[in-house]
Every structure is written in structure tokens, then in C-alpha cells.
Ligand binder design. Structure first.
Ligand code: MRU
Length: 380
């Protein structure tokens, strides 16, 4: 298991790794209020669908634990918590894990007794449960994903495969291990991995700043490419490296399997199909949104223009570390150009071979459609 931790928690105290400073600096922020949790998520110091849900839930848990809570009757306490959760929900719109966590927390406080203390206690326990469960979920996704690949891809001369991943779905995006990157970790632990390729993931560079860092940190044999190199990678290295799958995470999977994930995912799915490479979505069932029929109903966050037109630069010292005192914003485009910057795209279900969850891998049925009712009958 990885020792990298984006979230460090003990009751009454939450520390969150500032992912904007990675890979050059390892700095944890104290998050003690709903406002600090909201800011950490909105500014992308915390990012990744499961981590967003965890930091919002635990941030409010810490605020409630340390008090005071300006409410007395059970109805007032519930209204106070509901208001905080509704505020946190606005921090980022696309990932559904946060909405699912909020629904779970709202349900729990309504069955936690009739006193202020019991309602707060119920909330804190449920937030901790969301955090702890996520790690077990990711380990299960890793096992199911590795098993699915083995069964689908069959034996090769040395029984190893190479895969490509996009964005960051590892320990930094979750409570640990990760989803798509969790499958890569499990493949490596099982001796099934020949090589992992990761994309840079423009414009926010979650691949080069975070996934490349995690892969190096874990000692996983890996190579970084720019997003525009994927087609050439498949054409020239598929056979040599035995590239069998693209594995990505999800921010929201619609009822029909259409999947919203980091911008650039869709083009990888189209390329994978063209090159006869499997396309796997690795996601906890908390990323499946049964309220949304298809990808057309998913709201896609659009982010600020500066992510495309500017970068932060700094002098690199002899030891390879960045000299923080020299940090400067650098223009990478004419600052007057119009910009379109959607943070996510939707990959149609037809391009997805399987959605790997903690309850198993779901494949399309003979009708070409995903049916998640078997793995989540309680929510169907
Ligand atoms: O904008 P980000 O960095 O929050 O986007 C993250 C992704 O798109 C991930 O693939 C997704 O949230 C799954 S993380 C396990």
C-alpha cells in the first residue's frame, strides 16, 4: 500500500496536501471549517472526485466537532448542517461523489437521535465512514481491474501488460491507492505490469505534476507523454510494449454508462477503439449517478482562461528542486485570445469496454448497454 496521503485525519483535525505545490513542495494545509474545505476544493488544492467528497465531509466534521454550533433544537441543528452541505456542494459541479456523500450525510443526521450532541456525533461518524470506506473500495477496484485485464487479455510471453492512464486518479485523488492508478498499483504488485504510460493532461497537468510524481514515488516503470502523443504511442509501441488498455477514472458515470472525466478522456477512448485497445473506466459506485440518464445531462465545469494562456515558472536548482523565491507567471499565448476551457468531457458508453467498481467489473450486455442494477440494487 502506498504511503502517499492527500488527507490526514484524526477526530477534530484535518490536514490536506496542497496539490498545487506538487511535485516540488510537500505542504499540508489545516482544514478546520466549511469555508476552508470549500476553498481547498474550489482552488484545486484538493481535487479528484473521491477526495473532494472526503475533504468536504471531514472539513465540516472538524468544524462541528470543535464547535460552537449556533443551533439548539434538533430541527435547527439539522438545518444548520444542511445549509453547510448545500454550500459545499457548490465548490465544484461535475463530480457526483460529493452529491452522493451529501445525501448520505443528510440521511444519517436524520436518524441520529433527538439531541444536538447525537446529531453531530452521527454526522462525524458518517464522514469518517466515507473516508475509511474509500480506501477499501479502491483496493477492491484494483483487484477487480487486474483480474478483468488478465481474463480479457490472456497470457503473453511474460504475462505482463502495458497501459496508459490520464489525469490523476491515485492516492492524491482518493483516501489512498486510487482508482485507475489503483489498478496500475495492483498490476505492479501482482507482477502483471510491464509499463505504465501517463499523459501530461493539459491544461492543468494533473498527469505530469501528480501522476508522474506518484509513479516515480512508487517505483513503477513509467513514461510521461503529452496528450497529443497518444495516437503515435498506440501506432508505434502497441505491439512492442503490449499496450492492452487505457484506464481512466470518472467524475460522473450516467445510468447508461456515459462517463464524464478529465478533458481529453474522450479522444483517448476513440483512439483506443481504433487501435484495438481496451478502454476501462475505474470508479467507485459513488461516482455512478442514477439520476442522470445519459452524458447529455452532465454539467461540465468550465474553468478560467489563464489555465490555457499562462503557466507558473521558477528557477530549478542544482538538486532538481524549484527555487520558490523565483516563482513567476509566464505567458504561453497571446493574452487577448478567446479561450474555451472545459475541465471534463463525456465519453459515450459505446467506447467503454467495462466500468470497474468495488463490486466488480460491469460490461455491456448484448443490447450494448450498461446495466448497473446488479451491483447496486439498493440504489436502483
Ligand atoms: O479536475 P480534477 O483534477 O478534479 O479531475 C480529476 C479527474 O478527472 C479524475 O479522473 C476523477 O476525478 C477520478 S479521481 C479518482
Amino acid at each position: 500500500m502506498s504511503t502517499l496521503q492527500a488527507v490526514r485525519y484524526s477526530r477534530g483535525k484535518l490536514e490536506v496536501l496542497d496539490q498545487l505545490r506538487l511535485p516540488h513542495e510537500f505542504h499540508y494545509d489545516q482544514v478546520s471549517t466549511r469555508q476552508e474545505a470549500f476553498d481547498s476544493i474550489a482552488s484545486m488544492r484538493t481535487r479528484g472526485a473521491p477526495a473532494i467528497a472526503i475533504v468536504a465531509s471531514l472539513g465540516l466534521a472538524v468544524e462541528l466537532f470543535n464547535g460552537p454550533v449556533a443551533a439548539d433544537s434538533p430541527q435547527q441543528v439539522i438545518a444548520h448542517i444542511d445549509e453547510a452541505l448545500d454550500y459545499l456542494k457548490q465548490s465544484r459541479p461535475t463530480a457526483v461523489d460529493l452529491t452522493n456523500a451529501i445525501n448520505q450525510l443528510k440521511a444519517r443526521i436524520r436518524t441520529s437521535g433527538e439531541t444536538k450532541a447525537s446529531i453531530i456525533q452521527g454526522f462525524i461518524e458518517e464522514a469518517e465512514n466515507i473516508f475509511e470506506k474509500d480506501l477499501k473500495t479502491n483496493l477492491a477496484i484494483g483487484d477487480y481491474g487486474a483480474e478483468w485485464l488478465k481474463a480479457q487479455v490472456g497470457a503473453t510471453s511474460d504475462n505482463t501488460v502495458s497501459v496508459l492512464t490520464h489525469c490523476n486518479t491515485g492516492s492524491l485523488a482518493t483516501s489512498g491507492h486510487g482508482t485507475a492508478l489503483g489498478i496500475i498499483r495492483t498490476l505492479q504488485a501482482n507482477g502483471q505490469l510491464r509499463h505504465a504510460f501517463c499523459t501530461e493532461t493539459r491544461p492543468y497537468n494533473q498527469g505530469s505534476r501528480l501522476t508522474a510524481f506518484e509513479l516515480v514515488y512508487e517505483g513503477i516503470p513509467s513514461t510521461l507523454i503529452t496528450d497529443s502523443m497518444a495516437a503515435s504511442l498506440f501506432r508505434t509501441k502497441k505491439a512492442e510494449k503490449n499496450i492492452v488498455a487505457v484506464i481512466v477514472g470518472a467524475d460522473r458515470v450516467g445510468r447508461n454508462g456515459d462517463t464524464a472525466n478529465k478533458i481529453g478522456t474522450y479522444q483517448l477512448a476513440v483512439l483506443a477503439k481504433h487501435h484495438g485497445i481496451k478502454f476501462l473506466v475505474a470508479a467507485p459506485t459513488t461516482s455512478i449517478d442514477l439520476e442522470t440518464e445519459t452524458g447529455n445531462g452532465i454539467k461540465i465545469e468550465e474553468r478560467k482562461r489563464e489555465e490555457l494562456t499562462q503557466l507558473t515558472g521558477a528557477v530549478i536548482k542544482a538538486d532538481g528542486r524549484v527555487d520558490e523565491s523565483t516563482k513567476v507567471r509566464v505567458a504561453t499565448a497571446d493574452q487577448r485570445i478567446e479561450v474555451w476551457n472545459p475541465a471534463f468531457d463525456v465519453t459515450p458508453a459505446e467506447f467503454i469496454d467495462a466500468v470497474v467498481t468495488e463490486k466488480g467489473a460491469v460490461e455491456k450486455g448484448p443490447d450494448g448497454k450498461f446495466d448497473f442494477s446488479k451491483i447496486m440494487p439498493e440504489r436502483w
